[in-house]
Design a protein around this ligand. Structure first.
Ligand code: AR6
Length: 181
């Protein structure tokens, strides 16, 4: 699995799946969540409401992930995940690692070959971008090695992009990537 780091707007990425840093309600919000809903169109909100009605009546738990179609986006699917909110005392990196792992699992289950992640929890939810990057690379690498240990054909994922909105966050992700084993 190849990892790429780029600066940009995740809503423009022509990958199979983009990941949304949502909240448990799945009914929209600010940051990347707001941008994805604006670009995908109101059908996305309808699909999220449908998920809530049918499978997620209590909302999507922190650390979990669920997919919808991507409607007007160039991507095929949006995978919604809920990062831990540091301002609400959710400081356990395992919760953040779970967001990346579950999103990869959902993407692989859909047959996605490429996926783009934003810096989950590094905005409104208050996590340090460097810590998010460490957790993210670790989660992707361990997903990749467990997938190849159990037979490469188990996961169709070939490309994992990290699409960062600011120059500063992009630089932090690059530095962590270059210094990690
Ligand atoms: N493309 C890529 N990254 C983006 C974009 C974009 N279009 N827009 C913002 N970012 P945040 P969180 C970056 O706050 O911290 C929402 O209200 C942003 O600069 O979007 O997980 C949800 O509904 C930052 O680096 O997500 C939740 O309530 C990163 O995406 C809450 O915010 C994540 O920032 C989730 O907070």
């Amino acid at each position: 699995m190849r990892i790429e780091i780029l600066r940009g707007d995740i809503t423009t990425r022509r990958v199979d799946a983009i990941v949304n840093a949502a909240n448990s309600s799945l009914l929209g919000g600010g940051g990347v969540d707001g941008a994805i809903h604006r670009a995908a169109g109101t059908e996305l909100l309808e699909a999220c409401r449908e998920l809530r009605r049918t499978q997620l009546q209590d909302g999507l738990p922190v650390g979990d992930a669920a997919a919808t179609p991507a409607f007007r986006l160039p991507a095929r699917w949006v995978i919604h995940t809920v990062g831990p909110n540091r301002h609400a005392g959710q400081t356990d990196p395992a919760l953040l690692a779970s967001c990346f792992r579950q999103s990869l699992r959902v993407a692989a289950g859909l047959g996605a070959r490429s996926i783009a992640f934003p810096a989950i929890s590094a905005g409104i939810y208050g996590w340090d971008a460097g810590q998010v990057a460490e957790v993210a690379f670790d989660a992707v690498r361990s997903f990749s090695s467990s997938a190849s240990a159990s037979g490469a054909e188990d996961s169709p994922l070939e490309l994992v992009e990290f699409v960062l909105f600011s120059e500063e966050t992009t630089a932090v992700f690059r530095a962590v990537f270059n210094s990690s084993p």
